[in-house]
Design a protein around this ligand. Structure first.
Ligand code: NPG
Length: 386
C-alpha cells in the first residue's frame, strides 16, 4: 500500500458514518463584476446551486460548479438538480448511514454527473468534518498555509487594449501569473501583444476551452514561440490522441482540463503523452476525494498539477484553496480573490495577500455563508428530506 493509500484510509476512518437528515437546494444568482467571456460563451451572472446537508450535530455546504447551459461540459445546473433529487438522494435514502468517503462508491451505478456528485460529497464532508473538528485542508493532506494565485482573464469586448489594461491591473493586485482565454480569431495577436508589452518574464499561459482542431496547427506553432508556461485544452474533451500529437510537435507543455475526468484517465493521458501538466477541478472529477487521487497519480508520474476554477463562490473557493495546499500543486491556481469576481461574496471574502490566499483553518471548509446575503440572492430554495 502506498503512503497515499495509507493516508487516505486513515482519513476515511476518522469520519463516523452518519444519516443525512435533509438536503437544501438553494439556487443563487451572484452578479459578476464584469462579464466573463470564454470560447464557449459569456457569463454576466454566476448562477449557482448550493447544497446544504444536515446531519445530526452539523450542517455542511457544497457548491455545484456547473454552468447554466451544458457549454463547458455536458453537465448543467438544472440537470444537476434533477439528477440529485431523482437519482442520487433516493440511493442515499436506501442505505442506513453514509460517509463522504463511501459516497462515490454508492453512486457508482449512476454514470457521469460528476459535478452534481462532487457538490453533495463536499457538503457531506464539510458536515462530517465539523462534527470531527477537523479542517478540510488537514483532511485532504495540505502541506501549506497559503497558496499562490493566478488569474484567468476572459476575452474582452474591448479587444487588445482592454486586455492589456486588465493584465496591468491584475499584476498591480499582485497575481503571480496570467491566464488568457483564447478562441479562433482571438489568439496569436493578443497573446503576442501581451508578451511584448509585459515582457518575457511574465508567467503567462493560455486556455482554449476545446475550441480548436488539428487543422489549426499554424496557430499553435505561432503560440509556441511566445514562451508560454502551458497551453490548456486546445482540442475537444475526447480528443486525447490529438493532444498527444500536438504535444509531440510543440515545446510548450500541453495541459488538459476538460479531458481529465478521474485519476485513471489522468494516468492514461499522461502515458499517452497528451498532457504533461494537469488542471485539477474537483467538480470535473467527481469530488475533492477523487481530486486528491488525481493529484497523487500525477505526483507518481512526476506531473505537476494546479487548481482550476469555475467562478466559485466562497464555499467552493474555500475547498479549492484547501485542495491547492497539497504538495504537488506546484503552479499558481485559478484561485483568485473574491473581489476578482463579485462585489460581495456569500462567505467572508478571500483576500489576496502578496499574491496568495490563506488556507482556511476552521473545521470543515472553514467558511460559512452569510444567511442574510444568501436570502437576498436566492432565486429558488427547497429542502428535501432523505
Ligand atoms: O477563476 O474561477 C476562475 C475562472 C477560471 O477560466 C476559468 N474557468 O474554463 O476553466 C475554465 C473557466 C470556467 C469558468 C469554466 C466557469 C466553466 C465555468
Amino acid at each position: 500500500m502506498s503512503r497515499y493509500d495509507e493516508a487516505a484510509r486513515a482519513a476515511a476512518e476518522a469520519l463516523v458514518p452518519t444519516v443525512i437528515e435533509s438536503v437544501e437546494f438553494r439556487k443563487v444568482a451572484l452578479p459578476l463584476r464584469s462579464p466573463f467571456r470564454t470560447s464557449f460563451g459569456t457569463q454576466h451572472v454566476r448562477e449557482v446551486l448550493l447544497l446544504k446537508v444536515t446531519i445530526p450535530g452539523a450542517e455542511g455546504w457544497g457548491e455545484v460548479v456547473t454552468t447554466a447551459a451544458p457549454v463547458y461540459s455536458s453537465e448543467y445546473t438544472d440537470g444537476a438538480a434533477h439528477v440529485l433529487e431523482h437519482h442520487v438522494l433516493p440511493r442515499i435514502g436506501a442505505v442506513e448511514t453514509v460517509t463522504a468517503h463511501g459516497l462515490a462508491e454508492l453512486l457508482r451505478p449512476l454514470r457521469g454527473h460528476r459535478m452534481a456528485k462532487a457538490a453533495l460529497e463536499l457538503a457531506l464532508l464539510d458536515a462530517q468534518l465539523r462534527v470531527a473538528g477537523e479542517s478540510l485542508a488537514t483532511h485532504l493532506g495540505a502541506v501549506r498555509d497559503r497558496v499562490p494565485c493566478g488569474v484567468s482573464i476572459g476575452i474582452p469586448a474591448g479587444g487588445i487594449p482592454q486586455l492589456e489594461e486588465q493584465v496591468r491591473a491584475y499584476l498591480e493586485d499582485g497575481y503571480l501569473r496570467i491566464k488568457l482565454k483564447i478562441e479562433p480569431g482571438f489568439d496569436v495577436a493578443p497573446v503576442t501583444a501581451v508578451r511584448e508589452t509585459f515582457g518575457r518574464d511574465l508567467p503567462l499561459q493560455v486556455d482554449a476551452n476545446s475550441a480548436y482542431t488539428l487543422d489549426d496547427l499554424a496557430v499553435f506553432d505561432a503560440l509556441d514561440e511566445l514562451g508560454l508556461g502551458l497551453i490548456e485544452q486546445p482540442f475537444g474533451e475526447e480528443r486525447i490522441l490529438d493532444h498527444a500529437r500536438l504535444a509531440e510537435r510543440l515545446d510548450t507543455p500541453i495541459c488538459l482540463d476538460e479531458s481529465i475526468l478521474d485519476a485513471a484517465g489522468a494516468i492514461d493521458a499522461i502515458e499517452l503523452g497528451a498532457t504533461s501538466i494537469v488542471n485539477v477541478k474537483a467538480g470535473r472529477v467527481g469530488g475533492y476525494l477523487e481530486a486528491v487521487r488525481v493529484h497523487d497519480a500525477c505526483a507518481a508520474h512526476d506531473v505537476p498539477v494546479w487548481c482550476g476554477g469555475m467562478l466559485e463562490t466562497g464555499i467552493g473557493r474555500a475547498a479549492n484553496v484547501a485542495l491547492a495546499a497539497l504538495p504537488n500543486f506546484q503552479l499558481p491556481g485559478d484561485t483568485s480573490a473574491s473581489t476578482r469576481y463579485f462585489a460581495e461574496d456569500v462567505t467572508e471574502p478571500f483576500v489576496l495577500e502578496d499574491g496568495h490566499l490563506a488556507v482556511p483553518t476552521g473545521p470543515g471548509i472553514g467558511r460559512e455563508p452569510d444567511p442574510r446575503f444568501l436570502e437576498q440572492i436566492t432565486v429558488d430554495v427547497r429542502t428535501l428530506t432523505v
